[in-house]
Design a protein around this ligand. Structure first.
Ligand code: KE4
Length: 466
């Protein structure tokens, strides 16, 4: 049971709680114009330091908390379903590093495996059997993957997959959904979700039109729009999609949507690419493609496959993957790709998921359903409009009174209400992804105590919002 947070003030700087550091909070330099809150004195000081040497004080934009009206907390450590910040406040964590930590923070078997691998040497630039072992697990787990290549990030996996699709088909055009996020590769940083939408730059400067002229945009869950692109263009190499959209909040595919995409791609000689960087091993051991019974030609994986270490992958049909160098001409390489430490973390994670004989997924379903029910009931009790959407242990409460089926629906949500909710939940010891356009992640370690504490905090936060 975590130490209950001190009765926390609202986020005004005039709170009475004495900051743990000696520096009176009011003199701390706030890195942004957000109020400096004594309860978070050490994080505020750390953020000021970080902001001097890192863009936005962070190494990934969404972590900067710019859309939730305060400065970020800095984390000291994590264990199970919880993290502790450098002001020594403990939180139940639903960020989960944005997906990799399905086993919870510092899972014993993962930590031990990484220590053991590290002690034998971090990286060799020469093959190791650990790469084959993890590749074999991926191939055995995902029916559509005959051959797989490891890379270092989801962005790299998607970037490589697009190159392969274009090489294999000889066609340049890629179809993507507005609001889906596939990492920051130029060709897909167009109307992207996640941090790009959160910060209001869904199409980044610095990406020449010559790169994105071959990127066609369609709304998520809209088959007719995809059919229209095929009717207009005969040069489509692939449709790249998150089978469950997790980067505009959590939006499930409409009934028949994914199967419809499969049929359209077959009809028009294009490849179907599932970007399962987030959904891979998250919603089922066979990934979302097993859950929905739709077979892509190529799949991108990340997050869970690396167990929290920098590791991602792309794979699929043998005839396609054998075109990747050095089997074939499509070039892709990486110094740390498949490094033994990341392989060890991935192996330990997948072994825990595979050995459970689906028991982990049954537990994740039960706990996430408990959270969904609790949030829904808390919203009903407060009268605050909330649409809670969930697939397995991916969940997102949208501040709106209607279902969210696509990007237009998502951006019509009350992001100010979300920001206020976020800040209150943080003060109550629950840390959420700092954006309405992100998915919350439930881990194996989120037990009834954690879920019920979260629901109780949500009840209080929503009542304050009402
Ligand atoms: P990375 O390059 O961040 O490892 O993966 C990019 C990526 C690709 N595809 C999907 C479906 C993804 O969700 C992601 C990354 N997800 C975001 C969370 N919304 C990562 C968080 C961040 O950017 O810091």
């Amino acid at each position: 049971m975590p130490t209950p947070p001190p009765t926390s003030p609202t986020s005004s700087p005039s709170s009475s709680s004495t900051p743990p550091s000696s520096t009176p909070a009011s003199t701390l330099p706030a890195a942004s114009d957000a109020p400096v809150v004594p309860r978070y004195a050490r994080s505020e000081a750390a953020f000021a330091q970080a902001s001097q040497v890192l863009p936005g004080g962070v190494n990934s934009p969404v972590r900067a908390y710019q859309s939730v009206g305060r400065n970020p907390i800095f984390i000291a450590r994590g264990h199970g379903s919880r993290v502790t910040d450098i002001d020594d406040h403990e939180y139940i964590d639903y960020v989960g590093s944005y997906g990799p930590l399905i086993l919870g923070h510092a899972a014993e078997t993962v930590v031990a495996a990484v220590h053991k691998a590290m002690a034998r040497g971090a990286s060799f630039g020469m093959p190791t059997e650990a790469e084959t072992a993890l590749a074999r697990m991926v191939v055995d787990a995902v029916a559509s993957i005959d051959v797989v290549r490891f890379v270092n990030s989801g962005t790299e996996a998607v970037m490589s997959t697009i190159r392969l699709a274009r090489a294999a088909t000889g066609k340049p055009r890629i179809i993507k959904c507005v609001g889906c996020y596939h990492g920051h590769t130029d060709a897909l940083l167009v109307q992207a979700g996640s941090g790009a939408t959160t910060l209001g730059v869904p199409s980044s400067p610095g990406v020449p039109d010559s790169i994105t002229q071959h990127t066609a945009l369609v709304p998520f869950n809209d088959l007719a729009a995809v059919e229209a692109v095929f009717a207009q263009h005969d040069d489509v190499a692939a449709m790249v999609i998150e089978p469950i959209a997790g980067n505009m909040g959590t939006i499930p595919p409409a009934e028949g949507y994914l199967q419809g995409l499969r049929e359209l791609c077959d009809k028009h000689g294009a490849l179907l690419v599932f970007d399962e960087v987030m959904t891979g091993f998250r919603v089922a051991y066979g990934c979302a493609q097993a859950l929905y019974g739709v077979t892509p030609d190529l799949t991108c994986l990340g997050k869970i496959v690396g167990g929290g270490m920098p590791c991602a992958a792309y794979g699929g049909r043998e005839d396609l993957m054998r075109q990747v160098a050095p089997d074939g001409p499509m070039y892709q390489a990486g110094t740390l790709s498949g490094n033994p430490v990341a392989m060890a973390a991935g192996l330990a994670t997948l072994e825990a998921l595979a050995d459970s004989d689906q028991a982990v997924y049954a537990r994740l379903e039960k706990q996430a359903a408990r959270l969904e029910t609790g949030l829904t009931e808390a919203a009903e009790a407060s009268g605050v409009p909330l649409a809670v959407q969930r697939v397995g242990s991916m969940i997102c409460p949208f501040f709106t009174d209607k279902p969210v089926r696509n990007y237009e629906d998502a951006i019509s949500c009350d992001t100010q209400a979300f920001a206020a909710f976020f800040r209150k939940m943080l003060d109550l010891g629950i840390v959420l992804p700092p954006s309405q356009f992100e998915t919350w992640f439930v881990s194996r370690e989120h037990d009834d105590v954690a879920i019920d504490q979260t629901v109780s905090a949500a009840r209080e936060a929503l009542a304050e919002l009402a």
